[in-house]
Design a protein around this ligand. Structure first.
Ligand code: IMP
Length: 424
């Protein structure tokens, strides 16, 4: 594992946190490269259960450097709370390094996220309302505020004032919002500047040196391929690029440094928020998946939509990420099913398609074509070797790996680190 990227192969919540925590034990550096505190990684280890939103999961492994790269957007209040929580529970954050080029989620971004979602009504995206979209929009419009601006109060004020000028009018006149005190709220960020200063570093250089020294670097993608703003189910996506290729852009090292891209995929599918989901189950099977898989959001607590595994989407994720290994998580959630369905193709406008439809209007009307495999009806939580799994479970895994054309790397059979079958 010299330089490995961990990406979500579905719509997020695939269990990336556990995998990163597990591999983070051997990593010298763990890096977040996109997204913000819309992510929620639950990791469970001997020190307890941690719900991380911004800080890379590798922070729990002593000695590992945890990097928040330039492609991430940061809500300083959320970051401060997370750092304080970790420290109070005995996890040192001394090795946390934050890029000065990362953009800040400002109070007005959060407000915009809320009012625009409300205004969209039934056409809403179903965002986490953390200000993600508006913050990335300002970054692209070149009116964003960056982490390094916190270190220069004069520049910070100038930039906030410039950004607020039109935003206050829009919030007041278009969305009927009371904007009194919003600028003061922005100023409060400066009070956190000194406590964040020790963490701010030239993360691109740190990574470059780590690459040259042959250190093991693990990239921790947030969200998932199908939520990617370019390659996901636009417009029902997040506003960043979770795909593996962005690890390079979002951290400041060239793509030639990356050796492996591992995709994380649940043994079934979930999605939060709105948008198309061909294999969604609204019946008892869907409820069983939600209950057995505890499918409620770590960040928002929302119920996740659940469905059978979608191999068309997984094959697509293998392609757009250049995936070199596949991790199947939550296989144990399927323990109680007599039969398990897997979507191997879609029916689109009367035709069978085995590749992801490139146009949204086709995909939105795609219906799944299923193959049915026998369940194993036994508890596999204690299994640690592939050969000790029931034959039906091994067949299920082999079926996925064959159809998706990617070798298996790990299989997770429970939330704890040790509940893992290591293949590579
Ligand atoms: P945003 O990222 O808050 O703008 O939300 C855009 C879409 O991405 C919504 O459908 C969210 O539910 C979804 N989303 C954002 N972060 C996550 C995540 O970590 N897991 C799953 N879905 C997410």
């Amino acid at each position: 594992m010299p330089v490995t990227v961990i990406v979500g192969a579905q719509w997020g919540d695939e269990g990336k946190g556990k995998v990163v925590d597990l591999l983070g034990e051997q990593a010298d550096v763990v890096v977040r490269y996109q997204g913000g505190n819309n992510a929620g990684h639950t990791i469970e280890n001997e020190r307890g259960k941690f719900a991380l939103h911004l800080v890379p999961s590798g922070i729990c492994s002593p000695g590992t450097v945890a990097v928040i790269g330039n492609g991430v957007i940061i809500d300083p209040t959320a970051l401060r709370e997370e750092i304080d929580d970790l420290e109070s529970r005995g996890i040192s954050t001394a090795n946390l390094k934050i890029s000065g080029n990362a953009h800040l989620i400002m109070p007005y971004h959060i407000l915009f996220d809320k009012v625009t979602e409300t205004a969209l009504g039934s056409k809403k995206i179903g965002t986490t309302r953390r200000g993600i979209g508006p913050a990335y929009a300002d970054k692209a419009s070149r009116v964003g505020i960056r982490v390094q601006d916190l270190l220069d109060p004069k520049i910070f004020h100038q930039k906030v004032q410039a950004a607020m000028k039109s935003k206050a009018d829009i919030l007041r006149l278009v969305y009927d919002q009371n904007v009194a005190g919003l600028e003061e709220e922005c100023d409060r960020y400066l009070q956190m500047a000194e406590t964040l200063r020790p963490y701010i570093a030239d993360t691109s250089l740190i990574l470059w040196q780590a690459v040259r020294e042959g250190k093991r670097i693990l990239y921790e993608g947030a969200q998932g391929t199908m939520l990617d703003i370019d390659h996901g189910t636009y417009p029902f996506v997040t506003s960043s690029n979770p795909v593996g290729g962005f690890a390079s852009v979002g951290s400041g090292i060239g793509p030639t440094a990356i050796d492996e891209v591992w995709g994380i995929c649940k043994a079934y599918t979930t999605r939060v928020g709105e948008g198309p989901f061909p294999t969604e189950l609204l019946d008892d099977d869907g409820r069983t998946l939600r209950d057995r898989g505890h499918e409620y959001g770590t960040t928002t607590g929302r119920e996740r939509r659940c469905g059978w595994l979608d191999l068309v989407a997984l094959r697509y994720a293998v392609r757009v990420n250049g995936m070199t290994g596949l991790v199947i998580t939550k296989l144990d959630v399927l323990n109680t099913f007599d039969e398990i369905k897997v979507c191997t193709a879609y029916r689109c406008n009367g035709e069978i398609c085995t590749e992801m439809p490139p146009h949204q209007s086709t995909f939105h009307h795609a219906t799944p074509v299923y193959e049915t495999l026998p369940g194993w009806k036994t508890d596999i939580g204690g299994v640690r070797r592939l050969e000790d799994l029931p034959a039906q479970a091994r067949d299920y895994l082999e079926f996925i790996s064959d159809k998706a054309e990617v070798p298996l790397a790990l299989v997770s059979v429970g939330p704890r680190r040790e509940e893992t079958i290591r293949i590579r």
